[in-house]
Design a protein around this ligand. Structure first.
Ligand SMILES: Cc1cc2nc3c(=O)[nH]c(=O)nc-3n(C[C@H](O)[C@H](O)[C@H](O)COP(=O)(O)O)c2cc1C
Ligand SMILES: [Mn+2]
Length: 478
């Protein structure tokens, strides 16, 4: 059964040893962030902070909700031991069967309502996440809903928000992100305010899909229903014409003011560095906040792998790219976005029916709905498991010719989260990409294919079976 709210998901994680209730008081100023960061780096259970300094009992923080593949599997109601491949396959299968939401009259998110002068974002223990951040970030694991004024398409995406004042927020809206396109191309083009609603502390699939690259024009809430296998209950907002998950812990409503900008950032980024400077960015003016009793604020901590973006965005990128390449007719057998590479790098395993298919596959990856995030592509033969970095790095090190196997694309969409770019490249927003063809080298004759000297490849089947059958008898424990 899908989870009806965040609380049921946390309870399940606690039962399985994948979340830990922290009873000792922690400070919202860096301490909660530092603990969460360490949990990410150790792939430890998610911290569930029960008492936050300066805040009343009951106001809690749940850190790193989906920063392990185990918790992602639990969120999707799969066996916690499910492999990355099983998770990707399930995501692909369920996300194609969309289910429309249920609009309900009321929900727990309306237990407390603040409007007008009562609005105060500091009522919540918004964390100062990393040393050096530009402020306190209340929205680091959430969704922001906005609506296309022409088509009614309701976009739900995860875009960070920093508190400016008790009733205003700032955030990054990259031009290629759906919220950035809606603001600039629709609302600001007409000089109109853009209504928004933020949901923090939702059942887990909402944020999974909020952080996923779903094609423009698709309502993320329908995909959420598909992955849950059950419609999501949504409820109308108080002051804007938008709907939001009924069981959300905290809902923030208002409008983005057209053409208004205020300094926002810097912020520890998903690339693993605090690399993008603070700049004038859009401002969210808050008109209402509603919340559950004893609200739980969710918090991610972007940085060195493995964090929630590496898991959520990475897995869903792999799924989207796999489907795109299959639809294009390529004989690909698997796609993986290694969490260690912070969404920059994609591994594609493929059959090779003709020479240089790698170049066409790479073009397909960059043309996909999530292609603007991809900088490096590693293309391997179908006997390499793309989710096994041991095999992938071996193929890259031994089968990719340093010159002929490497193709550089000198002009590409820029993803400034990576610090190797020069100030000039950043200024002109010009990136560059590369793909590595690690498929069977052309100088090795087909009829004399070099066999990998691995247990699986080089020994006769009978010997393999014999060794496996006797493994514990030899004295090995695993
Ligand atoms: C934990 C997490 C934090 C994220 N923070 C941001 C952010 O601050 N700004 C941003 O543009 N994208 C951020 N992303 C990536 C977007 O959520 C992702 O690209 C998503 O596809 C955006 O939705 P859209 O495709 O509807 O635009 C984040 C993703 C995750 C998983
Ligand atoms: Mn979208």
């Amino acid at each position: 059964m899908p989870y009806k709210d965040l609380r049921e998901f946390i309870q399940k994680c606690e039962q399985l040893g994948d979340a830990v209730a922290v009873h000792r008081e922690v400070d919202w100023n860096l301490e909660a962030g530092a603990i969460t960061r360490r949990c990410c780096e150790l792939q430890a259970p998610a911290p569930f902070f029960q008492k936050i300094k300066d805040y009343p009992a009951g106001y809690r923080i749940f850190g790193a909700p989906l920063s392990t593949f185990r918790r992602l599997a639990i969120a999707m109601d799969l066996n916690p031991e499910a492999s990355v491949r099983q998770i990707i396959d399930t995501y692909i299968e369920r996300s194609r069967k969309k289910i429309k939401p249920n609009i309900v009259k009321d929900g727990p998110c309306k237990e407390n309502i603040m409007t007008g002068e009562e609005v105060d974002l500091f009522k919540f223990p918004a964390p100062f996440v990393h040393h050096g951040d530009g402020g306190r970030y209340i929205s680091t694991f959430h969704i922001i809903a906005t609506k296309d004024p022409d088509t009614g398409w309701a976009n739900w995406g995860m875009y960070r928000q920093m508190i400016h004042t008790k009733n205003s927020l700032g955030g990054l809206m990259a031009p290629a992100q759906h919220i950035g396109m809606m603001l600039r191309n629709k609302y600001e083009a007409r000089n109109e305010p853009m209504p928004f609603a933020v949901a923090i502390g939702t059942e887990p699939i909402t944020c999974l899909v909020g952080g996923a690259g779903i094609p423009a024009g698709v309502d993320e809430v329908d995909v959420i229903g598909g992955i849950r296998g059950q419609a999501l209950d949504i409820v109308k907002c108080e002051t804007v014409d938008l709907e939001i998950p009924a069981t959300s812990e905290i809902v923030i409503e208002g409008v983005v003011l057209p053409k208004e900008r205020k300094m926002e950032g810097p912020f520890g980024e998903y690339g693993g560095y605090c690399s993008i400077p603070n700049l004038p960015r859009p401002v969210y003016q808050v008109s209402a906040i509603t919340h559950r009793n004893d609200p739980i604020l969710t918090m991610s901590n972007m940085g060195m792998p493995v964090d929630d973006a590496d898991i959520i965005q990475g897995m869903t990128m792999a799924a989207e790219i796999f489907v795109t390449l299959k639809d294009m007719g390529f004989p690909v057998t698997g796609v993986h976005t290694p969490p260690e590479c912070c969404c920059s790098t994609v591994v594609v395993a493929t059959k090779v029916p003709y020479a240089n298919i790698a170049s066409r596959i790479a073009s397909g990856v960059w043309a996909s709905a999530v292609g603007h995030f991809v900088v490096k592509i590693i293309i391997v033969d179908d006997d390499v498991d793309p989710t096994n970095m041991n095999e992938v790095l071996h193929a890259w090190a031994t089968k990719c010719h340093p010159i002929r196997g490497t193709t550089v694309i000198p002009q590409a969409v820029m993803t400034p989260a990576y610090p190797y770019y020069s100030p000039e490249e950043v200024h002109y927003n010009t990136g560059c990409n590369v793909y590595y063809d690690c498929t069977y080298p052309k100088r090795w004759p087909k009829e004399k294919k070099a066999i990998r000297s691995s247990f699986r490849d080089i020994y006769p089947k009978e010997i393999q079976e014999q060794v496996l059958a006797n493994w514990s008898d030899y004295g090995f424990k695993q």
